[in-house]
Design a protein around this ligand. Sequence first.
Ligand code: GLN
Length: 566
Amino acid sequence: MAKFIFITGGVLSGLGKGIIAASVGNILKGSGLNISIMKFDQYLNIDAGTLNPTEHGEVFVTADGAETDLDLGHYERFIDCNLSHESSVMSGQIFQTILENERRGEYLGKTIQMIPHVTDEVKKRIARLAKKSEADIIIVEIGGTIGDYEGAHFLEGIRQMRRDFGADNTLYLHAGFLPYLETTCELKTKPLQNSIRDLASYGIQPDIVFCRADYPISKKELDKISLFCGIDKDGVIPLQTSDQVYEVPSLLEKYNLSRVIARKLNLHLRKSSSEWQKLVARIKKPKKQKVKIALVGKYMAMRDTYISVIEALKSACWWNDVDLNLGWIDSEKIEKDGAEKYLKQYDGIVIPGGFGNRGIEGKIAAAKFARENKVPYLGLCLGMQIATIEFARYVLTTSDCNSEEFNPKTKNPVIHLMSEQSRIKDKGGTMRLGVYKCKLSPKSISYQAYGQRIIFERHRHRFEFNNKYRKILEKAGLRIVGVNPEKNLVEIIELKNHPFLVGSQFHPEFKSRPNRPHPLFRQFIKIAKKFNKPNNEPNRGRFSRKHGFSKNNIEMKSKLGTVLKI
Ligand code: GLN
């Protein structure tokens, strides 16, 4: 039978509860246990698919095609597992099930109540994952902050689980924040104490508390929380903000987290594996070279929108033993001032996924710049569609050429609505979602990267490459190197006579792992690294380009766009 670890959060949102949950999973998996993990979100939405990325961040897609909260991406990366729709539950799903049951008369004339009907449905979802995953430990993260009006049914559900399964099989973790008060130069513990008290008012006394802070936390503060909140001293664990999230498992292990968990849950752990420590050492090792990558998107204010892309780029850089210098380029700025101004100092260009018309022409200009100057280019879903439109417009010189998404009346829809999409009216959960097969051409950059002919990748799109234009585009030098064999859909394009211009209709970023970067990202960075000149001299390497680097590279970057050192 599985044991259950619940994680709640207090004081404020955004303190990294998802990373903590993922790190607990990472530590326990490293100690030889079989882990599964899930998140409950309080929203009345059914899933994250219809949420605005500027407010909610990336929509992470699981292999079975669920559109989920971005925390699932952290879970998959830290625990190195493939989760399913069972791991992301929003309140909307719970209520939808209850109301459907009601219509079917399943409650036999009873009034339907938050307790027991809604709470039972919460518990059922946890039990379902436990049964399906056959994991030793199920980690359950409760989204939101203690005290939120909408979270009560989740708290009541998990409270009951200690009664149902016993103290040996259930563990409550709570994460809170210690604000720093400048006038007295100290961290304050009262808000965290209050959030633990709020949690207690729901009948849950946490066994372990994580104290997040932006400054070092002294033993005095930890002891105070232990005494005032009735938590074992070794159950109060400090976690200072780290600029490297992958270090969090070892930061927690410094305080013997796995030993404390093992004691409380009566577990026998193996000596932990050193795999993850090796990764952290690789990340921290000073690198001689930096690779400058431009991410051309439109949600620049909200970086979480591209979180899996960024993590995939970072891992690919560590793999290639280079540092990543990431430039955030707003495609609308390119529309105004042209691509060269913003892109000329970069070693590679990424166009990530996206929807809607805004900033599209800027992205097309970025793809044109990459093609003409032989700058390595990686197009992810929308980025593949953009590269296709660009090629059709400027190499084939096809006039009025576009995607039907941006101009439904375009004369030359090189990207068009997928046939099965035309009848669909509902927006939620109706795209081409999840894993599909793709067959690679042996003589392609992609095959070189993957090293295998058949691959499986995750999708989330409504539009696709229009096969009507396939022949004529191929004749002009566009290479169709990946195709879905069942439906003959174009999945990967490349370009003749270009060191790396690859566009995939799928999202490779979702399958990338910190210690196993995705092959396309790995290869992209490998080529970008060759493109790069460490001393900022104009590139005279294999792939000559029109534009050399400015000697004043660093200064220019700060004028032209934010550069984030990761
Ligand atoms: N908007 C495009 C489509 O729906 C691309 C989607 C994406 O990038 N995920 O096909």
